[in-house]
Write a protein that binds this ligand. Structure first.
Ligand code: ADP
Length: 303
């Protein structure tokens, strides 16, 4: 596998704000690489430096072997960038937008199959202003693919979409990856990053706080398993402390959480059954990337 993006010691300062503070990372060919962090973390600064829209104060960047500050035009031919919401006039028709964008590139694909692939065939004569949020987003992705790019940069792919449209966008994103393209996905949705990305870089205040596979990040902050249930009145949680593998038991209001390792769920279920208890909500609680962010920064991502 080869490296398609290489960033070394990227720094960018705006007045008193350090937007990118010594950021270094690599993206491998064919992966979906996530850049996540709260608003103001430095995601846009980082990505726009990669595509030649911002000039870093310090650091070296190579995308497909090209330096975005020197070879912006050559780079634009080989990458795809998802437009921001306001970037297309409302009166332009869907097919006209695709045709126009195709004309910008030396290596443009036939855009008609893209209409089909992205579920826009019936809308090809509709004006952009008449599209639903989901259709517009699909059009923006189709436009980003019109030059058959090797690397695609997508920003806040599913913001404003309903849960079903989000899920279908995830499928479409995987299909881009399955065509062998490398995807850089900027998002503040941790579930999206966890679901889609081979590796995730978490940034906060312009610094990388973690970079690994979602699984490794989650294991790093919570190696233990957790089982929880709602306790009946008079339940004594200390009865669970001596079970095999249990490290601690907490109780908050009437919700009991048991932490530890091994076959935790089975041991807890058996112990409860011996007391004639079978709480309907007994379950194993999986840690998520949200927990990782909280553990690493002390904050919820949305705060
Ligand atoms: P994100 O995309 O994660 O929300 P940004 O990269 O847009 O973060 O911003 C990082 C920080 O840099 C923020 O504090 C933001 O206010 C500041 N910043 C970004 N662009 C500019 C700019 N052009 N001028 C001044 N400050 C900026």
């Amino acid at each position: 596998m080869s490296t398609v993006i290489q960033v070394e010691h990227l720094c960018k300062v705006y007045g008193d704000t350090v937007a990118a503070d010594d950021i270094s990372f690599e993206v491998e060919e064919g992966e979906i690489f996530g850049i996540v962090g709260p608003n103001g973390a430095g995601k846009t600064t980082t990505v726009e430096s990669l595509i030649g829209l911002r000039r870093p104060d310090k650091g070296t960047i190579r995308v497909l072997g090209l330096d975005p500050t020197q070879d912006e035009d050559a780079l634009q031919q080989r990458i795809g960038i998802q437009l921001q919401e306001a970037a297309l006039p409302n009166l332009i028709k869907v097919w006209e937008a695709l045709d126009l964008f195709a004309s910008f590139y030396m290596r443009a694909v036939d855009w008609r199959p893209l209409l089909d692939q992205w579920g826009l065939s019936e809308k090809q004569n509709a004006r952009v202003g008449q599209l639903s949020g989901g259709q517009k987003r699909r059009l923006f992705i189709a436009l980003a693919l019109v030059n058959d790019p090797e690397v695609v940069f997508l920003d806040e792919l599913t913001t404003g979409l309903d849960p079903q449209a989000r899920r279908s966008s995830w499928g479409l994103l995987r299909s881009i990856r399955d065509q062998g393209k490398t995807v850089v996905l900027v998002t503040h949705f941790m579930d999206e990053a966890e679901e889609l990305c081979a590796r995730v870089m978490i940034i906060d205040h312009g610094r990388i706080v973690a970079l690994d596979t979602p699984k490794a990040l989650i294991q790093q902050v919570r190696a233990e398993s957790q089982v929880s249930f709602t306790a009946p009145p008079d339940f004594d949680p200390s009865s669970l402390k001596t079970l095999p593998g249990v490290s601690r038991v907490t109780e908050e209001r009437n919700k009991v959480s048991v932490f530890g390792e091994g076959a935790l769920l089975a041991h807890v279920a058996t112990a409860l059954a011996q007391q004639d208890l079978a709480p309907g909500d007994l379950r194993s609680v999986q840690a998520t990337l949200e927990d990782v962010f909280l553990a690493l920064t002390g904050r919820e991502i949305r705060s």
